[in-house]
Design a protein around this ligand. Structure first.
Ligand code: OOG
Ligand code: NI
Length: 472
């Protein structure tokens, strides 16, 4: 029998192979990532594995897909449910600074520590907000509704196998093979001709609307390996003549601990697609939709740490506004150095980052008694803090990735009628639409931290501030 995590690992691997065939530049990205990771490991030794074993990091990928309706999203939930992946987090990309995209998103991923360690494959999944009248007027909305209702993204055989794998948490070898074959096929780029006029009318609203609602199937639009030194990767890709987007999204490179997530990508490539004109003539055209991305992951921040991160982004924006674009990185570094603690110890002690806590077994006895606060327990060598890696995404980075890659017109923003009300969308509404709970990422990190605190001998549990929020 093939267990769920093996299905997930098998899916990630087959998907990666398929994407490498379809988008050869992705293979370069994977090769360069592997080289960079090997170099970092050689240089920094076991310290390089502080945020994940090299085995995990080498196999680690995330992908992204986009669907049109709640019904389609429900089916996506069944396919990923089979792989032990659950919706975590809610991202509203309709109102991010600098771009407005008619989508809301979540990420399917494993949630338990041991499942993440076995294979952390995740998929950023976006759904078109067809009901948002700021983007879609009545006419377009109704045509879109009809178009989407008439397509089938996942064949019934795939969904039936998925339901069984989710319920039984495993499949026989033969069923597993069939399931993976059908699942990967569902995310291939379709060769079916695209109705050019229909595609263009959606593109006038937003390129992402066209990519989702202009075709009769879905496809994986990027796949992202994880790298241990993203600045070095950026340099090496550029050296190889691959055009990267302008920036690395997320935190700047700085002297302190890596936190959250840094991402960059190579530009979407023009891929041959068959286009059908109004007269019915099919011609060879090209669309720029799919790309390759790479990411470096850091320590998960607490709610308070995240508020600080968002505040720092605002400060960077404000200060960088009056400076040349090339200086943005230096501005960001300065803001970070001013506001973020420079050590893991302080991130933990100020409860800005998530860690698990462990008693130090061989601490030399000095006759002293352990203090009651986390700062003292760490400083005195009673406790050791291990960082919890950030497993999720960042809405603003996501919008940046969308924007720089889905941009045939150059505007990036699309048409949005700002006078109208978009209608509230939140995690609960998405959960109801999908028929699955949308998990809160903070709660998952808290649970992991609190479990480690509960395992500590009573005398070593911090009871006085500063202490992690969950400790008592
Ligand atoms: C998803 C973009 C978001 C990320 O890593 O932030 C994303 C998309 O382009 O569909 O994948
Ligand atoms: Ni991505």
């Amino acid at each position: 029998m093939i267990e769920q995590w093996q299905l997930r690992a098998g899916f990630a691997e087959r998907l990666s192979r398929m994407y490498g065939r379809e988008v050869p530049a992705y293979r370069t990205l994977v090769d360069v990532s592997r080289e960079v990771n090997e170099d970092v490991l050689r240089k920094r030794g076991s310290d390089a594995e502080r945020l994940g074993s090299i085995g995990r990091v080498t196999a680690e990928r995330h992908g992204a897909i986009r669907v049109g309706t709640p019904e389609e999203l429900r089916q996506v939930g069944r396919v990923f449910g089979a792989l032990g992946m659950h919706p975590v987090g809610f991202y509203d990309l309709r109102d991010t600074p600098a771009s407005a995209l008619p989508i809301v998103s979540t990420a399917f991923r494993p949630v338990d520590e041991d499942e993440l360690a076995r294979n952390p494959f995740r998929v950023f999944t976006s759904m078109l907000t067809v009901s948002d009248t700021r983007f879609f007027d009545d006419g377009l909305r109704s045509r879109l509704g009809t178009f989407l209702a008439g397509r089938e993204l996942f064949p019934p055989e795939l969904l039936a196998l998925a339901d069984r794998a989710e319920a039984e948490r495993e499949l026989s070898d033969t069923d597993a093979d069939r399931f993976l074959e059908l699942a990967v096929r569902a995310f291939e780029l379709s060769a079916e001709p695209i109705d050019e006029d229909w595609y263009a009318s959606l593109e006038r609203v937003s390129a992402v609307a066209a990519d989702i609602g202009g075709v009769r199937s879905t496809h994986i639009n990027h796949l992202t390996p994880r790298v241990l030194d993203i600045d070095e990767l950026y340099r090496r890709m550029t050296e190889r003549g691959i055009e990267m987007i302008d920036t690395i999204q997320g935190p700047p490179r700085w002297a302190g601990p890596d936190v959250l997530l840094r991402q960059t990508s190579f530009r979407a490539l023009a891929e041959p697609r068959a286009l059908r004109s109004a007269g019915g003539v099919v011609r060879h055209g090209a669309l720029r939709v799919r790309f390759g991305e790479v990411e470096a992951r850091g320590i998960a921040l607490t709610r308070e740490g995240r508020v600080l991160y968002d505040r720092m982004l605002g400060l960077v924006d404000a200060r960088a506004a009056s400076r040349p674009a090339a200086e943005r990185d230096a501005v960001a570094r300065a803001v970070w150095t001013e506001h973020l603690p420079p050590t893991e110890h302080e991130l933990a002690a100020r409860d800005l980052g998530f860690f698990t806590y462990h008693a130090v077994p061989d601490r030399p006895a000095d006759g002293g008694r352990p203090p009651c606060d986390l700062d003292g327990l760490l400083a005195g060598g009673w406790l050791r803090a291990e960082p919890i890696v950030y497993e999720d995404f960042l809405p603003r980075s996501a919008a940046g990735i969308f924007r720089s890659n889905l941009d045939r017109t150059g505007s990036g923003d699309g048409a949005r009628d700002r006078e109208r009300d978009g209608g509230a969308y939140d995690a609960d509404r998405l959960a109801v639409a999908m028929g699955r709970e949308v998990l809160d990422p903070f709660a998952l990190y808290e649970r992991q931290r609190d479990r480690s605190l509960a395992l500590l001998p009573r005398a070593l549990r911090p009871t006085r501030a500063p202490r992690p929020q969950g400790a008592s």
